[in-house]
Design a protein around this ligand. Sequence first.
Ligand code: 13P
Ligand code: SF4
Length: 372
Amino acid sequence: MQDHLNDKEIVEQILAKKKELGEKLLILTHHYQRKEIVELGHYRGDSFGLSQKAAADKAARFIVFCGVHFMAESAEILSQPHQTVQIPDLEAGCWMADMADIYIVENAWEEITSITGEDSVMPIVYMNSDAALKAFCGHRGGAVCTSSNCPTAFRWALSERDKILFFPDQHLGRNTGNQMGIPAEEMIVWDPHKPLGGNTRDDIKKAKVILWDGYCLVHTRFRVEHALKMRERFPEAKIVVHPECTQEVVALADAVGSTSFIVKYVESAPPNTTIIIGTEVNLIERVALENPDKKVLVLHHSLCPNMFKINLKNLLWALDHVGQVNVVKVPEEIKADARMALDRMLALEPKTTPAKRGDLVKERQVAGVAVS
Ligand code: 13P
Ligand code: SF4
């Protein structure tokens, strides 16, 4: 690692690498990345936008993913054979993704389908999951979804089959079910440590949505008290939160959506609006700087330590050994099925023309961020 260099020198070296590699390099950055990392990327986005970008860019030879492991893995599944995907720190995982693995999901599937029959349950897996779980869904006719298209995926699933098994985030699943008007008693939670997930056979037969008992520790830190206190202090403010928050917090918000939705919500708000955001703090602090005409506040301070593992040093290290270190590789035996589940998700969305690099630069100028 480049321990002898200061941040300014590291940034200069990263910019030099970008120049040298030109179109051969694509740096993707998630909205939760540190500000200095986002500024060095070619494209920033939510996990859906980043997967679209990874699937669409054929020119790049090297994709360097500044985000967490499941995102880089999804990019690898969607990439072309001539491309390599690297992540600057292989340890950048996701606590929620770790709450479901292929063995316990297979057990749950067997228990559930022994009661309902295999053809009546559609498995839908949140992007925040291991590739083996995406493959599990792909193999059984199911799809991946993200926070930006979960309602579309649920509508599709229920048009095909009677029930959904959704994992691993119970809150995104419940918030989506609420949005679609699915009654609370038709959404049950599956606790993988209990027989029948802690339910009766009858509960399972009646359920429309079976929600895995997983959650994000960063988003479940937001509590009703935070929303009530901020409402009292800033009665004129808008509260916008991510759908990984609990339904109680979502019920007190003015808007809910993916990380890209939150960024656009702030950008399109009229000047002088006060906006209180319930999501990861790096996104909030950056959006506050990019929108000086608005007052952007945190609902509560909550940082994702996994996203924070990516830094200038390990990004430069990845670029110094481009295509060689921290390469993310999904085993061939699961790749095709996982790709099927991701492709189904991409096909559910209305086709949009992926942004060109020039457009991205324009987007960043509008946002007031230095363009490299
Ligand atoms: P988005 O898909 O909204 O970017 O969310 C990803 C995530 O990990 C939120 O915690
Ligand atoms: Fe995972 Fe939560 Fe971090 Fe998102 S914020 S990457 S869900 S731990």
